[in-house]
Structures are given as structure tokens and as C-alpha cells.
Design a protein around this ligand. Structure first.
Ligand code: FES
Ligand SMILES: [Fe+2]
Length: 355
């Protein structure tokens, strides 16, 4: 098992949750979610404690869910409030409830020890909600691959020249070395391509015609949120590394949610310091990102499929792999630490007779 449980994961955008019961899976745990009448989103284990029917197959009655099999009813905290045919409500008749937090239109769920759920640990950027920056929710990319492969691709600037030749990369960056460092809970890989032809993205945004300095900073926050800070500025400006706000700067945000060991959803969004409030620009960026992310999906699914086949040799690692290597080691360490902690056993009562 490669999942880090004590973490906040993105379940979806705020607009995904309303009246309807929404079934979803995170870290192989099935959840049912809905927005209660007070506006709060509830997230419950999607399994009735009686005969294990997913509660999402039942129906919502006010702020409760009535199981679709024998009608046991649970509130948003997972507590049983009705058992048809009897008056007493057995103590073991409950489902686990998960902490949910909503910010900037993004819905987070805490998947680990409930006692450690702390909203201060939710990923945040000062540019989120800042008036000089425009946030746009993109889409959800469904990828048939393990999340580690998806996340390591997001701390791997070297692939862009080969996988995204028309949007995010070009031949000018093929041989430019990648720097890597660890900064707290983030692994950072970056490189500058100085005085080169602009990539497709910045021909479209920024209107650069002559040579530019271009940067790509890949921040991968443990366990699986990535920020790709990339941009361009006129090469004549000789921009300093810390003055990136003076150029056209875009953050591609990837909230990578492991669904199962073989399936991952990348909720992507973008933030920019240009074309504020311009929805046509957002749509045009979405279009370019969709092209690029479909290219990643194709590569990642092919890799995942190949990994499932028997093979004689371990994959080799090369100089550009520093970011992915550090990432995998940090995840292994976190998983190991959690394996020795007591995360509290989920209660799935089987054949407990109450009458
Ligand atoms: S399975 Fe839910 S009430 Fe019987
Ligand atoms: Fe990519």
C-alpha cells in the first residue's frame, strides 16, 4: 500500500456537491458526500453497517441518508437516527464520518486519523484569493495509473520537451540541467531556459515574438499537490530569478487524488498574474492545458500498463530523476511512519445481532 492517510485530499470542486448523494473513492475508501441544508458538506463511509449496501444507493431525506435496503437512516455525522422495525438505536449502528473543508471552490477531505485533522495543514498559496491573481478551475483528469507515477511526473521538468512539444516545451530545453532542492514539505525542481524562442503557450499569452527567458519551477507538496510555476519574460529584461512576477507568470495547480492503487484523479486549476477576469483567456488556457494533460495521460497509462507485466530488470534512474527520487523516498518514509501508528480501526460490524 503506497497511500499516505494522514493528509487532506481534494474530493472535487464546490460545484460538484449539492442536493444529490455523490459516491466517490479516495485511497480505496468509498465515500458518499452531499451538501447539507446549512451549506456544509458531509462525507460518510459509503457502506451501510447492516448488510453493507453503499449508502449512496439509498436516498436523501432532509439532511440524512436512508439506506436503500432496509431503511436504516444516518445523519451527516454518521450517527444512526432510525432503524425501521425497532425503537432502540444500537451503538454499533454508525458509519465513519470524514472531516471536510472548502476553500477557494476546492473541497478537501481528511482521510487519516480524525484526531489529527487540522485545517492549518491544508495546502495554501498566498496567491489564492489575491486580487492580483486570477484563479480558474480547470477539470478532472482521470488516469489509469498509480498516483506516484502521476505525481512524480509533476516534479519532472525534463519530460516537457518530449511529451509536450507544441505547448509546454520545445527543443531549446532538451539539454538544460534541472536543479532540485527540498524545502519543508515541498520538493522543488526547476530550470531556466534563457534567451530562446518562446514556447507555444507564451506565443498565445504574452504575445512574445522575440526571444524570451523562460522558467519552470515544479513544487511538489507532500503527499500529492503540485504547483508548476512557469512563465516568460523578454530576454532583454534579463529577469532575476526572484522577479518572476514581472513576467507573464502562470501556476498550474494539480491536486492529485489517489482513487485506488491503479487509478488517480488529477484535479487541475490555474492561477495567473495576467488577463485578470478575462474568461476567454481562461478558456484558451484550458484548451492548451487539455492538450498537454492528455499527452501526460497517454504516457502515464502506457507506463502503468507496462509496469504490470513481468519484467527482469529494475527501471534505471538517470540524472534528471533527482526530483522523482526524493519524492518517492519521502512518501516511503511517511507510509512507514503511519504503518507504525495506530490510525484507529474503522468499525465495520458484521453479524452483530440487535433486536
Ligand atoms: S443494508 Fe442498510 S439497512 Fe439493511
Ligand atoms: Fe507533463
Amino acid at each position: 500500500m503506497s497511500f499516505v492517510k494522514n493528509a487532506w485530499y481534494v474530493a472535487g470542486w464546490s460545484s460538484d456537491f449539492g442536493e444529490a448523494l455523490v459516491p466517490l473513492t479516495i485511497l480505496s475508501q468509498t465515500l458518499v458526500m452531499f451538501r447539507a441544508s446549512d451549506g456544509q458538506i458531509a462525507a460518510l463511509e459509503d457502506r451501510c453497517p447492516h448488510r453493507q449496501l453503499p449508502l449512496s444507493r439509498g436516498k436523501r431525506i432532509g439532511d440524512t441518508i436512508q439506506c436503500g435496503y432496509h431503511g436504516m437512516t444516518f445523519n451527516g455525522a454518521g450517527k444512526c437516527v432510525r432503524v425501521p422495525g425497532q425503537d432502540n438505536l444500537p451503538a454499533s449502528a454508525y458509519v465513519d464520518a470524514f472531516s471536510v473543508h472548502e476553500a477557494h471552490g476546492i473541497v478537501w477531505v481528511w482521510m487519516g486519523d480524525p484526531a489529527q485533522a487540522d485545517i492549518a495543514k491544508i495546502f495554501h498559496l498566498e496567491e489564492l484569493g489575491h486580487p492580483d491573481w486570477h484563479l480558474h478551475h480547470g477539470d478532472k483528469l482521470h488516469i489509469k495509473a498509480n498516483y506516484l507515477n502521476v505525481a512524480e511526473n509533476l516534479v519532472d521538468p525534463a519530460h516537457v520537451s518530449f511529451v509536450h512539444p507544441t505547448t509546454l516545451g520545445n527543443a531549446a530545453s532538451e539539454n538544460v540541467p534541472v536543479h532540485v532542492k527540498t524545502s519543508g514539505e515541498a520538493i522543488v525542481a526547476w530550470r531556466w531556459i534563457r534567451d530562446a524562442e518562446p514556447i507555444g503557450f507564451f506565443k498565445a499569452f504574452g504575445g512574445f515574438t522575440g526571444n524570451v527567458d523562460r522558467w519552470h519551477y515544479y513544487y511538489l507538496h507532500l503527499p500529492s499537490t503540485a504547483v508548476i510555476d512557469f512563465g516568460s519574460a523578454d530576454a532583454a529584461a534579463k529577469l532575476d530569478e526572484d522577479d518572476r512576477n514581472q513576467g507573464v507568470r502562470i501556476f498550474a495547480l494539480h491536486f492529485v487524488t489517489p482513487v485506488t492503487e491503479d487509478y488517480t484523479i488529477d484535479h487541475w486549476a490555474h492561477l495567473r498574474n495576467t488577463a485578470l477576469g478575462d474568461e476567454a483567456a481562461s478558456a484558451q488556457m484550458d484548451k492548451m492545458f487539455r492538450i498537454a494533460f492528455a499527452e501526460d495521460k497517454e504516457i502515464l497509462e502506457a507506463v502503468h500498463e507496462e509496469e504490470q507485466r513481468p519484467h527482469k530488470r529494475k527501471p534505471i534512474r538517470i540524472a534528471i530523476d533527482k526530483g522523482p527520487n526524493v519524492y518517492r523516498k519521502r512518501i516511503r518514509d511517511l507510509v512507514e511512519v503511519e504503518a507504525t501508528e495506530d490510525l484507529g480501526e474503522p468499525v465495520h460490524p458484521v453479524f452483530v445481532q440487535h433486536d
